[in-house]
Design a protein around this ligand. Sequence first.
Ligand SMILES: [Zn+2]
Length: 140
Amino acid sequence: MDNHTKEQRHTNMCHIRANSKPEQIVRSYLFSKGFRFRKNDKRYPGQPDIVLPKYKIVIFVNGCFWHQHPGCKYASVPKSNKEYWIPKLNKNAANDSKNIAMLEEMGWKVITIWECALKPDKCAETAEKLYKQIISNNIT
Ligand SMILES: [Zn+2]
């Protein structure tokens, strides 16, 4: 556990404007750390929000409801209109799994960041973890 740079590392992401879209929060954070990436690259399954070619990593920043974050309180299906929502949401989740499997087969490491992990109480921890995941996958 290295504590000496910990504070500096996760200050940025958590102080980004609260009304930013979740993927923008993560992009701003990575950019501030000097990572260079591509956005919504159509050449990859599922058009990942962030592609880090140097690290062979793709990142999806997923809304908990639309992508059905397992066990998450923000993912609960509305009581009314279930016959509409359930197939639709199941389809989203199935597409996500398929895209992840394809990307992994292509040799990419896939990181999913859930929207709830970017809330103020979790943000620092998420940023720290993400940073470590990326640098530990440095293939150059
Ligand atoms: Zn969630």
